[in-house]
Design a protein around this ligand. Sequence first.
Ligand SMILES: CC(C)(COP(=O)(O)OP(=O)(O)OC[C@H]1O[C@@H](n2cnc3c(N)ncnc32)[C@H](O)[C@@H]1OP(=O)(O)O)[C@@H](O)C(=O)NCCC(=O)NCCS
Length: 180
Amino acid sequence: MLYNWVNQDIMLSLLEENHAQTLFDLVKENKAYLSNWLSFPSITNNVEDSKSFIQKSLFRFVNKEGFWVGIWYKDTLVGSIGFLYFDWKVKKTEIGYWLGEAYTNKGIMTNACAAMVSYAFEELELNKVEIKTAVKNMKSAAIPKRLGFQHEGTIRADEVIRDSFHDREVYGLLKTEWAK
Ligand SMILES: CC(C)(COP(=O)(O)OP(=O)(O)OC[C@H]1O[C@@H](n2cnc3c(N)ncnc32)[C@H](O)[C@@H]1OP(=O)(O)O)[C@@H](O)C(=O)NCCC(=O)NCCS
């Protein structure tokens, strides 16, 4: 996936080093908002941190270990979505995502996520996609629910945000279920 038009307004494109400044600016502007649910903004302190994140993502892309893409909405970088890992033996992956607050409530992430799920099943020929959300992150959980994922359980103390352990809900979707 180098780039992929989701619809006439939304485009997904592999994050490259020349996006580092724009990505950093977006994270900086949304640091407080994103830090409610994600830990990476707290360790993103300058453009070099964003560049390093992009370099690692490209390395993982080349090695078929996972990758992140930028989400462009009407030509503006508004967020990111990625495959956190690929388990080629079990044919499984997990999707993670975030948006700048100003770009929420427009359906951008649901549409971007649907495109990534299609890519996982059709291009990568995986069998299962998972999404994990902190138990109280209703806006995030609404995305897998909207896309027909099943709630598979709650994992206790599955991540640390702002020095506190958080339980996470697991949502899963099989290739056969997506086809329907
Ligand atoms: C998680 C996150 C991406 C969800 O953002 P979002 O804007 O709610 O998701 P979408 O872009 O899919 O938009 C869905 C909303 O737009 C509305 N919408 C408008 N047009 C829409 C369309 N064409 N299609 C779908 N939904 C649409 C939906 O009704 C929904 O609003 P509602 O929740 O009031 O019903 C965002 O809250 C975020 O970045 N949070 C911080 C980081 C985070 O939590 N990441 C996930 C960690 S697990």
